[in-house]
Design a protein around this ligand. Structure first.
Ligand SMILES: Nc1ncnc2c1ncn2[C@@H]1O[C@H](COP(=O)(O)OP(=O)(O)O)[C@@H](O)[C@H]1O
Ligand SMILES: [Mg+2]
Length: 265
């Protein structure tokens, strides 16, 4: 038995429901937007966590695992992928290429040589990422951080990157994301251009290893393109409607198939 845990029914969740029907996988729905009875959850086995809210996601993952169920992604993978500094540490730890990064826990006197990227450890859709060129700009950002941990990072290339979707240890789809005019952020939500990207060789190997490093059964791995490839981040509850639109690949089907395999174990 597989259960889809969600709060907001986005396009991705609708695609997953349809894919389950197509693949004859019984998919229970558990909406946790309101108070929910989680007692009975231990009877089922595999839970796909697709909440928009991070807190809801990690809390349900912990409950599921506490009850002996399998959370996809796991509590640990969700916590790690949500925190870009934690992800960075894990990736670096297994020897994967990552942008040069300093973690700033408070106001510090840091030198910057040219343009650099500053981001909070948690954020999405390119909202909490800034480009700084002077020490003054950096100081200002640090001042307004209000206790947030920040990352100061070398800028790799122009911000263009490749989103690789990894499911069950395989890279199943990828797209190149080109930032919109006047921007350096490639997030699909910002309206840049996307192109299908074949995924093999080094790109595939890096993406699969990155998902594995955070312990994700499936993930959206972002790979920056500079003088070489660098892994920027790993998304533990990735959206994929833009990827499907760009590549025509049945991403939801791949996810459902992996859940089916996990449920059989
Ligand atoms: N070190 C970097 N070098 C170049 N571009 C970057 C870097 N970090 C982020 N970006 C650009 O900003 C976008 C958003 O940053 P990211 O770290 O992925 O945060 P988010 O979680 O908001 O997507 C990336 O997709 C990329 O285009
Ligand atoms: Mg990103």
């Amino acid at each position: 038995m597989v259960t889809l845990v969600y709060d907001v029914l986005r396009e991705e969740e609708k695609m997953l429901i349809k894919a389950a029907e197509r693949l004859s996988v019984r998919l229970e729905l558990a909406q946790i937007g309101e108070a929910v009875e989680v007692e009975g959850w231990r009877r089922q086995e595999v839970y796909l966590i697709r909440t928009l809210s991070h807190n809801r996601g990690i809390t349900t993952a912990a409950i599921i695992e506490g009850n002996g169920g399998i959370a996809v992604n796991s509590f640990c993978a969700l916590v790690t992928s949500w925190n870009k500094a934690a992800t960075h540490a894990k990736l670096k730890g297994v020897g994967l290429p990552v942008p040069k990064t300093a973690i700033l826990f408070g106001e510090a006197d840091v030198e910057i040589g040219g343009r650099a990227i500053v981001k909070t450890v948690s954020g999405s859709w390119g909202r909490k990422v800034a480009l700084v060129s002077t020490p003054e700009e950096l100081k200002l950002l640090l001042k307004s951080a209000e206790g947030d941990v920040l990352m100061l990072q070398e800028m790799v290339g122009t911000g263009e990157d490749i989103r690789v979707f990894v499911v069950g240890g395989r890279a199943v789809a990828a797209m190149r994301r080109i930032p919109p005019e006047g921007d350096w952020r490639s997030n699909a939500a910002r309206g840049g251009k996307t192109l299908p990207q074949p995924v093999d060789g080094e790109l595939e190997e890096l993406a699969v290893k990155a998902a594995e490093a955070v312990g994700a059964h499936y993930a959206g791995v972002d790979v920056l393109v500079g003088d070489k490839l660098y892994i920027n981040e790993v998304n533990g509850i990735p959206e994929f409607k833009a990827l499907v639109k760009t590549t025509g690949i049945d991403v939801a089907g791949h996810i459902i198939q992996t859940l089916k395999d996990l449920a059989k174990r």
